[in-house]
Design a protein around this ligand. Structure first.
Ligand code: FAD
Length: 371
């Protein structure tokens, strides 16, 4: 039963960097927040995925976090923010001020459960409000900006479910102190894994670092920009072909910062090839050696969060969705912000501009209505 049906023209799902950037440009192009377009987010608070990131992640240790478009008008910039404060606090606070300044009227918590065929060739967005009541929004266009945080990827290894200790993904990791004095195996070759290893060292955990491929350290000054561009191109190619997206880390490598170099010298950031199987008390490597473990931390990346789009049947046979410049190639009513090549704060900003323009064009040519 569709108890509450509302109409709008554009629904943006997700109020992280990508969704807010789209909302900013839609507003700038003349659409009214809350009536012409509605932004839904299931998080309890502002900040997108940043609100859930572990406390020890500082702006100073994250990659560069780019300002949202128009953030300068509030006199705010991440460049001048406190680099030692938890990134989640700073980002949540800045996004909160941003949403209020531009009156973006994000509805939260609004947990989108399905996007389905609607009336008059439109789409219906089905979501649960804060009280768990079902709500329905009929719309012409949906911009999906749901990020990846809700879909941590944990690869399967033999014996995984037999492990007697604790297993957590990056999304579940909150604080190193929970692992004080323990034997911990950290899996994954990216920045999150490195951050965890260094924090665990400080609380006296004994760590083992396992990676599928040898870690690809690169000199920050020389190669960073070039390798970043190559990784974005790789994501773009996969998105256009509808392939499952490759891991960002596999394309970018890891910067050899002073902090990381010191970690290597202390023997903390020394990776060994991935283990072959998991046993109740630890992990077994291909050479037969055994490492006892109280916990395994899976810093093995994320997949796009797209479950709610399943009713539209967009998945290609290759396992991804076909997206070019943020536009779904299978359904003209659907856009993807922050997907694939746009999955960074700078990429998400660009996505906002490119997608908002396309949305305006689509609305102006939609039957019987002008934007
Ligand atoms: P998110 O910030 O994840 O926002 C998505 C929003 O959608 C969330 O608020 C979520 O609640 C909401 N949502 C999801 N599903 C639903 C649903 N079904 N219904 C309603 N709402 C929903 N990039 C950088 O440029 N610099 C960095 O330093 C950096 N550090 C990173 C560190 C980690 C650990 C990770 C995993 C990624 C990092 N990234 C970084 C990349 C990341 O892509 C950026 O953080 C970027 O902010 C992502 O923005 P987004 O809007 O696409 O996604």
């Amino acid at each position: 039963v569709r108890e509450t049906v509302e109409r709008t023209r554009v629904v943006v799902i997700g109020a992280g960097q990508a969704g807010l950037s789209v909302a900013y440009y839609l507003r700038r192009l003349g659409l009214s927040p809350g009536s012409d377009f509605v932004v839904l987010d299931r998080g309890p608070s502002t900040g997108g995925a940043w609100q859930f990131r572990w406390r020890a992640l500082r702006l100073g240790t994250a990659h560069r976090v780019n300002d949202l478009p128009g953030m300068a008008d509030l006199g705010l910039s991440f460049e001048t923010a406190d680099r030692t404060a938890p990134a989640r606090d700073v980002v949540s606070d800045y996004y909160d001020r941003y949403e209020r300044f531009y009156d973006l009227r994000v509805r939260r918590p609004s947990d989108v459960r399905g996007v389905e065929e609607g009336q008059d060739h439109g789409l219906t967005v089905r979501y649960l409000d804060g009280g768990g009541a079902p709500r329905f929004l009929d719309t012409e266009i949906v911009v999906n900006a749901t990020g990846t945080w809700g879909s941590p990827f944990r690869p399967w290894y033999p014996g995984r479910d037999s492990f007697a200790g604790r297993q957590v993904t990056t999304a579940e990791y909150t604080d190193a102190s929970e692992f004080e004095g323990q034997d911990v195996v950290v899996v994954g070759g990216g920045t999150s894994a490195i951050g965890f290893l260094l924090e665990l060292e400080r609380v006296g955990a004994r760590t083992t670092w396992a990676t599928r491929r040898p870690v690809d350290w690169f000199d920050q000054q020389e190669l960073g920009i070039e390798m970043g561009a190559a990784a974005v191109a790789e994501q773009d190619e996969a998105a256009r072909a509808g392939l499952a997206l490759p891991s960002i880390v596999s394309g970018t490598g890891v910067p050899l910062t002073r902090r990381n170099r010191a970690g290597i010298d202390r023997g903390v950031l020394v990776d060994r090839p991935m283990f072959a199987s998991i046993e109740p008390e630890g992990v077994r490597f291909a050479d037969g050696s055994f490492q006892h473990a109280d916990a395994i931390i899976w810093a093995t990346g994320f997949r796009p969060e797209l479950r709610h789009l399943a009713p539209l049947g967009l998945r290609s046979r290759e396992g991804g969705v076909v997206v070019s410049r943020g536009a779904s190639q299978a359904d003209p009513r659907l856009y993807f912000a922050g997907y694939g090549p746009q999955a960074s704060t700078i990429g998400a900003n660009r996505a906002g501009r490119v997608i908002a323009r396309q949305v305006l064009l689509a609305l102006s040519t939609s039957p019987g209505r002008a934007a």
